[in-house]
Design a protein around this ligand. Structure first.
Ligand code: FAD
Length: 305
């Protein structure tokens, strides 16, 4: 069992920033992730609201953040965290699928995962026309019609990305107006390759033996099937926090509760970024949370002596 001052769980923008701050305070820091570092940034094409860059590709920003953390002495450790248990207030055991680490302070930065529609056909056609990642799968739909389900920032920005690579994008939204930032809405409404299907609830994703052929929606009380080859779903996120249930640090939806210092109710366990209960889930806010938690982990360890 390897011991660290701080273990950061999750290497998205929040976790990479927290790890950077803790390492620069001369602490030994392990940054764990169950996948490739970068988190949700890896599934994002252009990021246009991160200060210092007019536009930057998600994987490029991930790489820059990762290099900053590693160059400051952070150790990247692969592992899928299953649970945190407490020996005493000071000693935390972090169990992964293959290992166990010990730390005095833990920063949870496990982010969030796409929410599913929960309709028939969604699981059956996953990878066969149903996708949650335009950047990963958009190219499979070159010259084909696709649908995007949702009306927030992710739905519209990824819809715009899809409009560049596909024949046509039909945005299916359950309300009569979008929630996305105005700048994205303006671009979408001016894009000749984007259509909008309003006030429509998706009831089913239909297909032939192998691939998606359409989306069944209910509009004004009537069912209709919109023909399409692909369905990209962006209807919000759920927190990645089930593995921390034993700590009792979440609300009923699973968002981790913290104060402004990113402290949970367990001393020495901090939570940051999208997994935390907060209003604006973005890269900038995850990074801000990370800086605060990294510094506060240092102060917590100082006070332990
Ligand atoms: P995440 O980025 O979610 O990273 C969490 C990490 O934790 C992941 O790497 C995951 O593998 C790891 N993890 C989870 N569970 C475990 C476990 N049990 N064990 C080990 N590791 C684990 N924001 C913007 O500011 N601008 C944008 O333009 C923008 N566009 C977006 C486009 C899309 C399609 C999406 C999906 C999101 C977009 N966002 C954008 C939102 C932004 O990406 C998130 O707010 C941000 O990534 C949250 O960072 P995070 O560090 O909290 O978590």
């Amino acid at each position: 069992m390897k011991k660290y001052d701080v273990v950061v769980i999750g290497a998205g923008p929040g976790g990479m920033t927290a790890a950077l701050y803790a390492a620069r305070a001369n602490l030994s820091v392990a940054m764990l992730d169950r996948g490739v570092y970068g988190g949700q940034m890896n599934n994002t094409d252009d990021i246009e609201n991160y200060p210092g860059f007019t536009s930057i590709k998600g994987p490029e920003l991930s790489e820059k953040m990762y290099q900053s953390a590693i160059n400051s002495g952070v150790e990247f450790v692969y592992g899928d965290v299953q649970q945190i248990t407490l020996d005493s207030e000071q000693v935390k055991h972090i169990k992964t699928d293959s290992d166990e680490l010990i730390a005095n302070a833990v920063i949870i930065a496990t982010g969030a995962t796409h929410r599913k529609l929960g309709v028939p056909g969604e699981d059956k056609f996953a990878g066969k026309g149903v996708s949650y990642c335009a950047v990963c799968d958009g190219a499979f739909f070159r010259n084909k019609d696709v649908a995007v389900v949702g009306g927030g920032d992710s739905a519209i920005s990824e819809g715009l990305y899809l409009a560049n690579v596909t024949k046509n994008v039909n945005v299916i939204h359950h309300r009569d107006k979008l929630r996305a930032q105005q700048v994205l809405q303006d671009r979408a409404f001016n894009n000749q390759k984007m259509d909008f299907t309003w006030n429509s609830n998706v009831k089913e994703i239909v297909g032939d033996d192998t691939y998606v052929t359409g989306v069944k929606v209910q509009r004004n009380g009537h069912d209709e099937t919109i023909p399409t080859s692909g369905v990209f779903i962006y209807i919000g996120n759920v927190p990645n926090s089930k593995m921390f249930a034993n700590l009792n640090i979440t609300d009923e939806q699973g968002w981790i509760l913290t104060n402004d210092e990113m402290e949970t109710s367990v001393p020495g366990i901090f939570a940051i970024g999208d997994v935390r209960k907060k209003k604006l889930r973005q890269i900038t806010t995850a990074v801000g949370d990370g800086g605060i938690a990294g510094q506060n982990a240092y102060e917590y360890l100082e006070q332990l002596g």
